[in-house]
Design a protein around this ligand. Sequence first.
Ligand SMILES: Cc1cc2nc3c(=O)[nH]c(=O)nc-3n(C[C@H](O)[C@H](O)[C@H](O)COP(=O)(O)O)c2cc1C
Length: 381
Amino acid sequence: MTTTKEFVGTLVCIQDYEDRAKEVLPAPVFNFYIDHADEGQTMKDCKKAFKRYRLRPRVLKDVSNRQFSTTVLGHPVSFPICISPTALQGFADIEGDKATARAAESLNTIMIVSHCAFFTFEDISLAAPSATIWFQIHLYKDRNLTRFFIKHAERAGFKAVVVTVDSPIMGNRRNMKRGDETMTARKEYRPRMMNCYDPNNPEVRSAIANGDIALWDYLQEQLVTSETWDGIKWLRSITKLPIVVKGILTGDSAREAIQAGVDAILVSAHGGRQLDGVLATIDALPEVVKAVKGSGVEVYIDGGVRQGTDVFKALALGARTVFLGRPIIWGLANDGENGVKKVLEIVRDEFSLTMALAGCSKLDDIKASMVVHESQYLSKL
Ligand SMILES: Cc1cc2nc3c(=O)[nH]c(=O)nc-3n(C[C@H](O)[C@H](O)[C@H](O)COP(=O)(O)O)c2cc1C
C-alpha cells in the first residue's frame, strides 16, 4: 500500500496539499476544516480576489541576493508568512498544535495558537521552546475565564494576545449543521480537548462547570453578543502583552481599534466562516492600511493566501506579513510537522521567486505601484 509519505514529494503547491488532505482525512474531518458560512461566497472570494490584482514588475534589477527576513511586532521572522489560529488541529495530525509549533520554530516564523488547541499552552511551548507563539482568544462572557487564559499564556511564554473580534456569535456553518458525523468525530476527541486546559486546575474546573459538554461547545457558549470596544480596553488593563485584533475589515473599525489601544490589526474574514458576503480581505486591506497610517499599528492579513504572488500582492498593498489558515492544516494532514514545514517552504520559495521575477531584492522594494487592480486597467482597454 502506498503511504502518505511516499506521495509527499509529488506535492508542489498548496492546492496539491489540499487535494491530498481530502484523500487522507476522514470526510467529516475534511468537511469541518473546509466549512464556511452560508454559501461560502467570502471563503471563495478571498482566494479569487488575489487574482484580480496584477503585477507590474521591474526589470534589469540585480535580484541575485534576495532578503526577506523581517520583524513582526518586533519579533524577527525569516519570511513574512506566519500561521493563523485554527481550531482542532489534532484531527489532522496526532501531534496537532505541537507539530505546528515545531515547524514554526524550525523555520523561524510566528504561530498563533487557537483557543481550541488540542494541548495545554505549556505542552505547546515545551514542544517548541524557542518558537514565537501568540495565542488567540475571544472576549468571553466569563471575564475570569478570559483572565485565566491570559495569565496562563503569559506564564507559558507566549508573546502576544490575538483577540478575535468578528465572532459575537458563531457564523452559519452549513457543514457543521449537516454533520452528525463531524460532531461524532469531534466528540471522540473530547477527553483530550478537556485536557487542554488542565481540568484539574480549580480555576478551569469552575469555568467548565458542566463536565459533560466538550470544551469546544463550552467556548462557543462563551461568545458574547453584547461585547464592545470597552472589552479591549479592559484587556489592555490586565496584560502587558501586545494586543492584536483579528477580524477587522474596514477603516472605521481600524480607527476604533487604535483608540482602544491595540498594537496590531489582522485583516481577516475568519476564512469565510463568520459573516458571509463580506469583502475579500485583500480588497479590505488598503482601507485599513490607510486608516492606521502614522499610528505605529502594524497591519497583517489572512484569507485565501495560497501562493507566493499572493504574499507579494499583500505586502505591496501594505501588509507587514500574511498568515496562513487552512494551508497549515493541509500540511499537517499530509505529514505532520514536516508537512507544515513543506507548506511554509513552498509559499516562501514562491514568494522569493516572485520577488526575483518582479525585480525586487528586498522587502522595501515591494511598492503599491507594483500591483494594479484589474478594474483599473481593463477599463482603459
Ligand atoms: C478549521 C478552521 C478553524 C479555525 N479556527 C479559528 C479559531 O479558533 N480562532 C480564530 O480566530 N480563527 C479561526 N479560524 C480562522 C483562521 O484563523 C483564519 O482567519 C482563516 O483560516 C484564514 O483563511 P484561509 O484558511 O483561507 O487561510 C479557523 C479557520 C479554519 C479553517
